[in-house]
Design a protein around this ligand. Structure first.
Ligand SMILES: [Mg+2]
Length: 231
């Protein structure tokens, strides 16, 4: 018995979003003539993280986050700059910069043989589409479901409903959700009744309240999870 359908998260799971975000942020600030500093990065990270948590709670859409984060950033630091121009440059940069983790492509090729795969990502449509096109990810996935295009996000059930529909309604017991986020990927998969694989790259403490099925600390450990004899 093995999983016949795999659902992957994109950011921080397959894609090195740290590099992408850092380069895009520098690009966006330069575009509106605001100097880069560690302080502005820290304030931005806090604002951005809080807004994405609100998306997970269903209070905001990804499109709301796009400009609001720069409005809040410039407000909070009393910077006189155009948040819309910064947001546009940032979104462009997020799509244009960054790459898959070095071992992601080989792993996708390996586990994708004989399995259906879906990409389920909380993000802005234009950002994720630019990355997917540039990195030629479409060939790996039978379904690509982006919260910003759908108006629904992980961990909610509806984004999984849509993914399952596009994959031809696989049996839930045959599906594995793989991702780095406890609050969206793991909580969402568990609530939907599918097995989960937590990509804990940074060695974070596990969440004791979440019955996660598998944990890996590197992408090259995923093939072994799929053929786990305990299944
Ligand atoms: Mg992620």
């Amino acid at each position: 018995m093995t999983y016949s359908t795999l659902l992957f998260d994109l950011d921080f799971t397959l894609f090195d979003s740290d590099v992408s975000e850092d380069q895009a942020f520098r690009y966006a600030l330069a575009d509106v003539d605001v100097p880069w500093s560690t302080q502005i990065v820290e304030v931005y990270a806090e604002i951005n993280g809080g807004l994405w948590k609100a998306v997970e709670r269903g209070e905001l859409t990804p499109l709301d986050v796009r400009t609001t984060r720069f409005e809040m950033l410039f407000d909070q630091l009393s910077i006189d700059a155009d948040p819309v121009a910064a947001a546009d440059a940032y979104v462009y940069g997020m799509g244009a910069f960054g790459d898959l983790y070095p071992d992601a492509r080989g792993m996708l090729e390996d586990v994708g043989t004989g399995r259906a795969m879906g990409l389920v990502t909380n993000g802005i449509g234009e950002v994720q589409r630019a990355r997917i096109d540039r990195l030629d990810l479409e060939r790996h996935f039978a379904a690509i479901v982006i919260s910003g295009e759908e108006g629904v996000a992980k961990p909610g059930a509806e984004i999984f409903d849509r993914t399952f529909a596009r994959l031809g309604h696989p049996e839930r017991t045959s599906v594995l959700m793989i991702g780095d986020s406890l609050s969206s990927d793991m909580a969402g998969g568990i609530a939907y009744g599918i097995d989960t694989c937590w990509f804990n790259r940074d060695g974070r403490a596990p969440a004791s309240d979440l019955p996660i099925s598998h944990t890996v600390t590197a992408l090259n450990q995923i093939p072994a999870v799929l053929t786990d004899p305990r299944r």
